[in-house]
Each structure stands twice: as structure tokens, then as C-alpha cells.
Ligand binder design. Structure first.
Ligand SMILES: N[C@@H](CCC(=O)N[C@@H](CS)C(=O)NCC(=O)O)C(=O)O
Length: 254
């Protein structure tokens, strides 16, 4: 009874533990300290009526944020921005107040889904080892772009600071690009186990980004829910098996 009462008036997030899109919204909620109830959807069975009703345009994709008054917000980037606008008094502010920096942060956040995601998909689901390795190389190429964004402080710099001196894309504290790219850290860490090529951890190509990933992953609100590489790799293996794809190239299978 008391638990039910406590649930009332809370946000509810419909999600799935391994989804980079869900994770970015959970990082935003956790880092801002916004109370919410996390609900794991069954993406392999029947999706909940709540999810289907929240996002009918996309056939019920996670994440979906349910508001206490029954309305909902869908699409991870929109949810993150909504949270920042609806809870302006809870730091960190994820979107810069300066219009140009805000536009720049939105540009790079969109680039995660526009460039990193399509590069990463064949790493996850490619049918040959070569395809997966090639995908990992392309992912590193996109990460190099983000290395430059971080080094120059594109989303936070006033132009007077020294390059490379920013802990986060948002500057001294996390911002929009941190949580959006941060959603992929677990999967990027899994790339070595998935295809033998390091991506985010390759400090020789992207040293600032490798250090950023460590820093972001260690934050309270992130470290508790960041999926472990072993669990992600197992999940990938299971998804590939469902599609009839081997996890390892034939010569490496036992
Ligand atoms: N553009 C969407 C992507 C969401 C998405 O693809 N979610 C996947 C999980 S990673 C999902 O719901 N898959 C189940 C389905 O499509 O039925 C966002 O940013 O929220």
C-alpha cells in the first residue's frame, strides 16, 4: 500500500537493460537525481500495452517515458531534452544555455545516431568476421571525430580555454553529448570480444575519448547500470544465434 502510494506521482521509464537508447535516458535521470520507476520490457515476448500505447508510431520501441498524468514522451534524444527542460532545477543542466552551444550539442548528439549507430550495426549483426572487423574500424573513424569535439570543447568552450582540458563534452560536468554517447560505452567496450578490434578503449587513436569513457563510466548513476561486457557479449551471441549467425568465425569455433 505504502509502496503503491510512493509509486504514484513518479515518472516511469519503459526500457531494456542493454539498449544504448534506454541507457542514455537512464543516465540523464540518474545523474540529475530525478526519481523514477524503471520497468524492463519483454522485447522477446509481448510488449506491454503501456509501451504500445506510448509509442504506437514506432510499434512500441523502448525507451518510453510515462508521466504521472498519463501522458508520455518517446524517442531517447527527445526524452533526454524533455527531462532537462522539465527539471531545470536539478543539475547538471544537460543543454547549454548559450543558443549556439546548445545547437552544437544537439548536432553532435544527433551525430551519434546518424554516424556512430550505422557504423556499429554491422559490428553487432554482420554476417562475416570481415564485415565485423571492417565495422569496428569505421566505428573508430567516427570516434576520432568525437575525439576532436571533446578536445576542442565544441559544446562548451568559450574559445579561451586550452584544448584538451575538458573532462566532459559538457565541460566540467556532463552534458547532452555525454549521456547520448555514454549509452554506447558498454557496447563499444564489447567490440574486442565481439570481433577482436578495440574501439573506445583504443587510446592510441582516441586518447581523450578513452579517458572520457573511463571517467563517465565511473560516475555515480552510471556505474550501477552500465552493462558488463560479458553480459552484452552473451546477449549478442544469443541474438546472432536467433538469426542463424555464428558468433565467431568458423576457424575460431570450438
Ligand atoms: N530512435 C529510437 C531507437 C529505439 C530503439 O531502437 N529501441 C530498440 C531497443 S535498442 C527497441 O525498442 N527494439 C524493439 C523493437 O523495435 O520492437 C530512440 O532513440 O529511442
Amino acid at each position: 500500500m505504502a509502496a503503491a502510494a510512493a509509486e504514484e506521482g513518479r515518472l516511469k521509464l519503459l526500457g531494456f537493460w542493454s539498449s544504448p537508447f534506454v541507457l542514455r535516458t537512464r543516465y540523464a535521470l540518474n545523474l540529475k537525481g530525478i526519481p523514477y520507476t524503471n520497468v524492463e520490457e519483454d522485447l522477446f515476448g509481448a510488449k506491454s500495452e503501456l509501451l504500445l500505447a506510448a509509442n504506437p508510431a514506432h510499434g512500441g520501441k523502448v525507451p518510453a517515458l510515462l508521466l504521472p498524468d498519463g501522458r508520455s514522451v518517446s524517442e531517447s534524444l527527445i526524452i533526454v531534452e524533455y527531462l532537462d527542460e522539465a527539471f531545470p532545477g536539478t543539475p547538471p543542466r544537460l543543454l547549454p544555455s548559450d543558443p549556439h552551444r546548445r545547437a552544437t550539442a544537439r548536432f553532435w548528439a544527433a551525430h551519434v545516431d546518424g554516424a556512430l549507430l550505422p557504423a556499429w550495426i554491422p559490428l553487432y549483426g554482420g554476417s562475416t568476421a570481415e564485415e565485423r572487423v571492417e565495422a569496428a574500424r569505421r566505428v573508430v573513424g567516427v570516434l576520432e571525430t568525437f575525439e576532436g569535439v571533446l578536445r576542442r570543447g565544441d559544446c562548451c568552450s568559450s574559445g579561451e580555454e586550452e584544448e584538451g582540458g575538458f573532462g566532459f563534452f559538457g565541460g566540467d560536468s556532463v552534458g547532452l553529448v555525454d549521456v547520448v554517447l555514454g549509452g554506447f560505452i558498454g557496447w563499444l567496450r564489447a567490440s574486442e570480444a565481439m570481433c577482436g578490434v578495440k574501439t573506445i578503449e583504443d587510446g592510441s587513436r582516441t586518447p581523450l575519448l578513452a579517458a572520457w569513457a573511463e571517467r563517465f563510466a565511473a560516475l555515480e548513476g552510471v556505474r550501477e547500470i552500465l552493462p558488463e561486457v560479458g553480459r552484452l557479449v552473451e546477449y549478442n551471441q544469443m541474438k546472432r544465434a536467433l538469426r542463424g549467425l555464428p558468433f565467431l568465425p568458423p576457424h575460431q569455433q570450438q
